[in-house]
Design a protein around this ligand. Sequence first.
Ligand code: EPZ
Length: 434
Amino acid sequence: MDRFYIQGGRPLQGIVRISGSKNSSLAVMAACLLGRGKTILHNVPDIGDIHTMAEMLHRLGAEVELYPDGTLCIDAEHFCATEAPFDLVRKMRASFYVLGPMLARLGAARVPLPGGCDIGARPVDYHTRGLMALGADISIEHGFVEAFANRLHGASIYLDFPSAGATTHLMTAAATVHGTTLIENAAAEPEVVELARFLNAMGAHIEGAGSRTIVIEGVPALHAVEYRIIPDRIEAGTYAVAAAATGGDVRIQNVIPDHLNPVILKLQEAGVDVIPIAASKDSIGALEVRALRPLHAVDILAMPHPGFPTDMQQPFVSLLSTARGTSVITDHVFESRFKYVAELIRMGADIRAEGRSAVVRGVERLQGAAITATDLRAGAAVVVAALSAEGESIISGVEHIDRGYGNLAAKLQLLGAGIERSGTSHPLSLVAAG
Ligand code: EPZ
């Protein structure tokens, strides 16, 4: 398994270009199963989860071509499989989203339950209850969802919690279902808005995406389209936090600043100079991030959009580990998303995590150490911590980071970071963990 070797303490400086959104791409790719003909997607990120979803669509019978320039062609004309491969659904939760399109197009589906992970139980009851409201017969046996639908129909669906995945999954499932479907207490993340835009480009009739109530008028069929994926707001936020944590001066290009407002405002509250630059006719959107003075503690409440994104609390805790004062971070989205804190404590952080909250008392500096990325965003946290720490760090579990951050080491090297990936010889004295 690969490792990152990081020499901390170097301020990041220069320009970094953000890739396409992982979570928008995954929802859009699942929705391509409804399309007849070849859909062409641009700005798809070159990351592990995209390759997993591309493999999933291929094994379901779609023709999939992924090119190095971020173009992804998907032709689902011959999509015919009613069973999703166990290994892929277990590997990546988002592949569960094929259940809805499978039911809508083929009338039957057998998909493994995705199971929990390091951030919580992550059940799929909102998804299955929504599909049952649309008329599906669903049973869950031996870890599989078995579903049949002779004739789906429009319905009113209420989500107990504004779940991003359940909203995109059910919006997709309902797009070609005869009648009107209402999703109440829907998620409003930018990825939800983009999926509605994509489906409408394919011929769907969806209104209200971005609010808590989405209305879907079913249409008989959807056609292929050409579409550009939005920039990844979480990748952009991660680089902004890394620039702040290293006292750097970075221009982050290919960003939609409006998608990052809570992160921008919290960085500014902590004392970071962040200048959003909206896209214009002759330039793409960007963020200028400068951290030229000591940072101070801020409290964070991770909430559904438009609240502070839960995927950003991990790297933000690394930043606050050396801010002046005490910060309290609470995650109202996932019930156990602070397991990564143990790695920061190994680096000298003073953090007490309990359930949904963590109390961070700022220390002078973190110390480099042998640390482990236990999941994707925990990986972002330990990378940010290692970049700002004094001395050397070795990070194992890089395969988790590869799921959501393309070319991370190369992008950070271009910003002046002392980072290399395993495989090259290293004078590091540390013995890598695990
Ligand atoms: C999506 O996960 C994202 N993943 C997550 O990003 C992100 O953290 C999350 O939304 C919140 O924004 C993708 O888009 C592929 P939820 P999702 O359903 O849809 C509970 C990353 O790092 N819930 O909004 O799985 C759930 O347990 C990933 O890129 C149910 O109880 O998240 C959680 O507590 C991590 N029953 C809460 O809702 C359900 O049926 C919100 O989860 C569904 C969810």
